[in-house]
Design a protein around this ligand. Sequence first.
Ligand code: SAM
Length: 320
Amino acid sequence: MSNKSHFNSGLRALNKQKRDGEKHSSEIDDVLASKTIQAFFIDDAIEFLQKVPSNSIQLILVDPPYNLDLESWDTFDNYLQWAKQWLDEIYRILSPSGNCVIFGGFQYQDLKKGDLLEILHYTRHNTDLRFTNLVIWYYKNGMSAYRYFANRHEEAVWLTKSKKYYFDLDSVRVKYSPEKKKAALRDKRLNPDNIEKGKNPTNVWEIGRLNGNSKERVGHPTQKPLAIIRRFVKSLSYEGSTVLDFFAGSGTTARVCVEENRHSIMVDSDEKTLEYFEKHIKNKGAHIKHKPFEQHINKKLDDIFELIGQCNNYKSEEKL
Ligand SMILES: C[S@@+](CC[C@H](N)C(=O)[O-])C[C@H]1O[C@@H](n2cnc3c(N)ncnc32)[C@H](O)[C@@H]1O
């Protein structure tokens, strides 16, 4: 479906389908899994990707080096030349309903160093991936500036393998406040069912960056907030599906996958990832309800897919 706000026949057809109680062809039910597998690999992303089977991943969610010289792994003479090597593998390994999210920013001025703009341009012109949304992550906390407008956003590009991409909007709708809900229910143009479910969060997300003393912090220098990763994981993958993050960092994606009952495959060239992930799990607390999980480190990838298959074939007695 194209995204044209003034004339959108696709949207009208979707609304009719909903009114008629029909399912969209991209809808997939959650898979009943007995537990989830969280598999970690200490490896180079590009080398690892070549081993990943075709059509095997529901969601690729990556927060790559932005080329901002923040760390030793964040500096490239030719960013796009490097990025092409992993961008070229994404279409192949995504499942037909698969989604891919790539974080990035446009913070560098003048230097023509390569950034998310070049990544987006490359995927649009050189791969079969379809561009669906550019999500603006807006935050209020940041550095001050005197010679330009202080930066308060980063971006994430959402790409899909086909038109039948999986998208669960209901899982991430934003609840109306009681007053706004009352007003919305008086507006005859709005669908009352959707008002009950909440608002579309839109493609501008206001989520605070992690301060130095944030309770979420596990020590990784560029750790992403849980809330932003959770919104993507919940809406673009389903329970029992597999999420791949090949720039795992602290393993924020795996932590969210544990909590949301998804399997994950995490890759980072730095083995400190394992320590960070341990802290994530300690921070998580026991109050969050989720399936049990198994962590595997540097196992054979075939064995990991085998284990995921076994978890998903599990039959719960209540469901039989
Ligand atoms: C921006 S950070 C990811 C942070 C993560 N989203 C989090 O919330 O913790 C990027 C990560 O990519 C890793 N990295 C850089 N180059 C890599 C490569 N070629 N292969 C695998 N990992 C790499 C770095 O070690 C770093 O941890």
